[in-house]
Design a protein around this ligand. Sequence first.
Ligand SMILES: [Zn+2]
Length: 104
Amino acid sequence: MATLETQYKNYMYDNPSSIYTFDEWRVKVLGESLKQAIKKLEDEGQLKNTTFSSKPKHYYSVEHLYHFTCCECKQWWSIGDYSPKKDKVLTCPACGFKSEVDVI
Ligand SMILES: [Zn+2]
Protein backbone atom coordinates (compact mmCIF):
# COMPACT_ATOMS: atom_id res chain seq x y z
CA MET A 1 0.00 0.00 0.00
CA ALA A 2 1.36 3.36 -1.03
CA THR A 3 1.59 6.23 1.41
CA LEU A 4 -1.21 8.78 1.42
CA GLU A 5 1.06 11.25 -0.29
CA THR A 6 1.77 8.75 -3.08
CA GLN A 7 -1.92 7.91 -3.38
CA TYR A 8 -2.67 11.64 -3.67
CA LYS A 9 -0.01 12.06 -6.37
CA ASN A 10 -1.44 9.07 -8.26
CA TYR A 11 -4.92 10.55 -7.97
CA MET A 12 -3.70 13.88 -9.35
CA TYR A 13 -1.90 12.06 -12.17
CA ASP A 14 -5.10 10.18 -13.06
CA ASN A 15 -7.26 13.31 -12.57
CA PRO A 16 -5.18 16.22 -13.92
CA SER A 17 -8.15 18.58 -13.90
CA SER A 18 -8.69 18.08 -10.16
CA ILE A 19 -8.08 21.13 -8.02
CA TYR A 20 -8.18 19.31 -4.67
CA THR A 21 -5.46 20.07 -2.20
CA PHE A 22 -4.04 17.11 -0.30
CA ASP A 23 -6.37 17.79 2.66
CA GLU A 24 -9.42 18.19 0.42
CA TRP A 25 -8.55 14.96 -1.41
CA ARG A 26 -8.04 13.19 1.92
CA VAL A 27 -11.56 14.13 3.11
CA LYS A 28 -13.57 14.21 -0.11
CA VAL A 29 -12.00 11.41 -2.12
CA LEU A 30 -10.16 9.09 0.25
CA GLY A 31 -12.61 9.52 3.15
CA GLU A 32 -15.61 8.82 0.94
CA SER A 33 -14.01 5.76 -0.64
CA LEU A 34 -13.13 4.39 2.81
CA LYS A 35 -16.70 5.00 4.02
CA GLN A 36 -18.07 3.12 1.02
CA ALA A 37 -15.60 0.25 1.52
CA ILE A 38 -16.51 -0.05 5.22
CA LYS A 39 -20.23 0.09 4.42
CA LYS A 40 -19.80 -2.63 1.79
CA LEU A 41 -17.99 -4.85 4.32
CA GLU A 42 -20.69 -4.15 6.93
CA ASP A 43 -23.43 -4.95 4.41
CA GLU A 44 -21.67 -8.21 3.60
CA GLY A 45 -21.39 -9.03 7.30
CA GLN A 46 -17.61 -9.13 7.18
CA LEU A 47 -17.10 -6.61 9.97
CA LYS A 48 -19.04 -8.43 12.66
CA ASN A 49 -17.06 -9.02 15.84
CA THR A 50 -14.30 -6.67 14.81
CA THR A 51 -13.26 -3.36 16.24
CA PHE A 52 -14.81 -1.65 13.22
CA SER A 53 -18.32 -2.92 13.76
CA SER A 54 -20.78 -0.84 15.70
CA LYS A 55 -21.98 -3.21 18.39
CA PRO A 56 -25.05 -2.06 20.28
CA LYS A 57 -24.17 -0.74 23.70
CA HIS A 58 -26.05 0.23 26.82
CA TYR A 59 -25.42 3.85 27.69
CA TYR A 60 -25.52 5.51 31.07
CA SER A 61 -25.53 8.98 32.42
CA VAL A 62 -25.22 10.42 35.91
CA GLU A 63 -28.05 12.21 37.67
CA HIS A 64 -27.74 14.00 40.98
CA LEU A 65 -31.05 13.51 42.72
CA TYR A 66 -31.93 16.00 45.45
CA HIS A 67 -34.51 14.95 48.06
CA PHE A 68 -36.47 17.57 49.96
CA THR A 69 -38.65 17.12 53.04
CA CYS A 70 -41.33 19.67 53.78
CA CYS A 71 -40.92 21.32 57.18
CA GLU A 72 -44.72 21.71 57.40
CA CYS A 73 -46.36 18.48 56.21
CA LYS A 74 -43.26 16.21 56.28
CA GLN A 75 -43.94 14.94 52.75
CA TRP A 76 -40.90 14.56 50.53
CA TRP A 77 -40.14 15.16 46.88
CA SER A 78 -37.15 14.91 44.63
CA ILE A 79 -35.66 17.03 41.87
CA GLY A 80 -33.02 15.62 39.53
CA ASP A 81 -29.99 17.60 38.48
CA TYR A 82 -31.03 20.65 40.44
CA SER A 83 -28.52 22.18 42.77
CA PRO A 84 -30.36 24.34 45.32
CA LYS A 85 -28.49 27.14 46.99
CA LYS A 86 -28.73 27.41 50.74
CA ASP A 87 -31.65 29.63 51.81
CA LYS A 88 -33.34 29.28 48.39
CA VAL A 89 -37.14 29.37 48.82
CA LEU A 90 -38.97 26.33 47.45
CA THR A 91 -42.66 25.51 47.48
CA CYS A 92 -43.75 22.10 48.78
CA PRO A 93 -45.62 20.36 45.94
CA ALA A 94 -47.81 18.51 48.49
CA CYS A 95 -49.10 21.35 50.70
CA GLY A 96 -47.84 24.52 49.00
CA PHE A 97 -45.88 25.70 52.02
CA LYS A 98 -42.97 27.96 51.08
CA SER A 99 -39.74 27.79 52.95
CA GLU A 100 -36.02 28.27 52.54
CA VAL A 101 -33.98 25.11 52.02
CA ASP A 102 -30.97 23.89 53.90
CA VAL A 103 -28.84 20.78 53.58
CA ILE A 104 -29.09 18.06 56.22
ZN1 LIG B 1 -45.61 20.31 52.61
